[in-house]
Design a protein around this ligand. Structure first.
Ligand SMILES: *[C@@H]1O[C@H](CO)[C@@H](O)[C@H](O)[C@H]1NC(C)=O
Ligand SMILES: *[C@@H]1O[C@H](CO)[C@@H](O)[C@H](O)[C@H]1NC(C)=O
Ligand SMILES: *[C@@H]1O[C@H](CO)[C@@H](O)[C@H](O)[C@H]1NC(C)=O
Length: 424
């Protein structure tokens, strides 16, 4: 019955995002035509429900008839019984944004009408005039309802996109726009800052985001590119906050393990330690000495963190006595996992390379400690870190959207992942 067009510029998508300097994005969200089509279906279904609830007030009008003069009519007890929007489109318009068009709307309604002059047998002659007036009125109401649904429902919904996502006591992620969204014939790309920041004290990051060569891949509804910059700002913020700090105590070592954390275990490698502190428990404090830096290449995610291991002997009154300090590097390979709404990962530790930075118990050979430290690193430290990484970090998704059918590929400087979307 009614026909209307709603034009929607990409600025609607940008409504809640503050535009700052244009720069390479740390995170890109791409919505493909397939994704837009899904959004259209979901949107139309919601709109149909909304329109079915539309209350139609009584309305009246008049028209002139030769000889008889003005004829007044009134429609009343109008009841919308169903609503269909069978042909609608959401399409990206290059360099412009999105166009939403709803070309046809079919409504079924029941109601009563009356005409004010008593010429009942002439009704059929007025039929055309009344119908066209009725149609115009309905078009106005339906288009008004569609436009107001788009502005009152879609815009607040898009505002549920997290612009900054708080993660924990230390950091948040800034998902604000890095540049205006870019529409091509196949997709809409939303370039986000994708940067971790300290909640206590936001400071500039000492490196810049690399350019990302987003591949032309369109069989999923959405694609995301998480730049190495995204992960490395995370490493930088947590390192700078001094929280990349882990302690290994004997209590963390499973009973059945051979190497308990005490001076007699170390007597084979540092005999003087056992002589100075016989039968004492020890503690290792592990701390990054520079921010860990993730390198992403095709098929490969790796990092080479540098950290310090400070060893302590624990005295009976719980005082800690520092005994030696090691500097350690290792190659670490990373796996990234994406679940329905979060991105997480796991690490696998390679062989540790140790050097002695300081000893309070005289010289000893760090090479002998290699196997022991590898054991503590891969059996105690890494599972502990992985437990945290597996919890992951929130992705920039609007409310009630979940990802499924995921594909993940490391590319040069970024991690690409594609997914289909389900609106719950
Ligand atoms: C020290 O560790 C060894 C195993 O590495 C264990 O046999 C011994 O009981 C431990 N000593 C103390 C005091 O915990
Ligand atoms: C992955 O990258 C690291 C560091 O760049 C490199 O040492 C390693 O050989 C690479 N592995 C593969 C399988 O390409
Ligand atoms: C703990 O014991 C050591 C050695 O007996 C002593 O030097 C130190 O002052 C004690 N520390 C505390 C806090 O009592």
């Amino acid at each position: 019955m009614a026909t209307c067009h709603v034009a929607l510029a990409a600025s609607v998508l940008a409504i809640c995002m503050v535009l700052t300097r244009a720069t390479n994005p740390g995170f890109v969200a791409r919505i493909t035509v397939k994704g837009l089509d899904y959004a259209r279906q979901e949107g139309i279904a919601a709109l149909q429900k909304e329109l079915a609830k539309l209350k139609l007030p009584d309305f009246s009008g008049s028209f002139k008839v030769k000889v008889l003069g003005k004829v007044h009519y009134t429609f009343y007890s109008l009841n919308l019984r169903s609503f269909q929007l069978p042909s609608s489109q959401i399409a990206p318009i290059p360099n412009v944004g999105l166009k939403v068009s709803i070309d046809k709307a079919f409504a079924q309604l029941t109601g009563k009408w009356r005409v004010k002059k008593r010429f009942l047998w002439l009704y059929n002659l007025f039929h055309k005039k009344i119908e066209s007036s009725f149609r115009r009125t309905m078009e106005g109401k339906v288009c008004g309802a569609v436009t107001s649904s788009v502005t009152t429902k879609l815009q607040p919904y898009l505002q549920t996109l997290p612009v900054t996502a708080r993660i924990d006591k230390v950091a948040g992620i800034d998902y604000s726009l890095a540049a205006p969204p870019v529409a091509t014939a196949q997709s809409l790309d939303v370039n986000l800052k994708g940067e971790f920041f300290s909640l206590a004290h936001r400071s500039a990051v000492p490196f810049v985001p690399p350019t990302l060569a987003f591949p032309v891949d369109h069989d999923r509804m959405v694609y995301f590119a998480a730049s190495s910059y995204f992960f490395n700002t995370g490493g930088f913020v947590y390192h700078t906050a001094g929280v990349l700090l882990f302690e290994i105590t004997d209590a963390m070592i499973p009973k059945e393990f051979k190497f308990h954390l005490n001076t007699s275990t170390f007597s084979a490698f540092i005999p003087q330690l056992e002589k100075m502190y016989p039968d004492k428990l020890m503690k290792l404090r592990i701390k990054t000495s520079s921010a860990p830096f993730l390198t992403i290449a095709p098929g490969n995610l790796s990092l080479t963190p540098v950290f310090d291991i400070q060893a302590y002997v624990i005295l009976p009154n719980s005082s800690l006595v520092p005994v030696f300090l090691l500097s350690v590097t290792s190659s670490v390979s990373a796996k990234i996992m994406v679940t329905s709404a979060r991105i997480g990962g796991t690490l696998e530790l390679g062989r540790l390379q140790l050097s002695l930075k300081h000893s309070d118990v005289g010289p000893f050979s760090v090479q002998l400690l290699q196997a022991l430290m590898n054991f503590y690193g891969s059996s105690i430290l890494i599972p502990h870190i992985n437990a945290r990484l597996r919890e992951g970090f929130p992705l920039p998704l609007p409310a009630r959207v979940q990802l499924s059918n995921l594909v993940i590929q490391p590319r040069q400087n970024f991690l690409l992942f594609g997914a289909d979307v389900r609106y719950m």
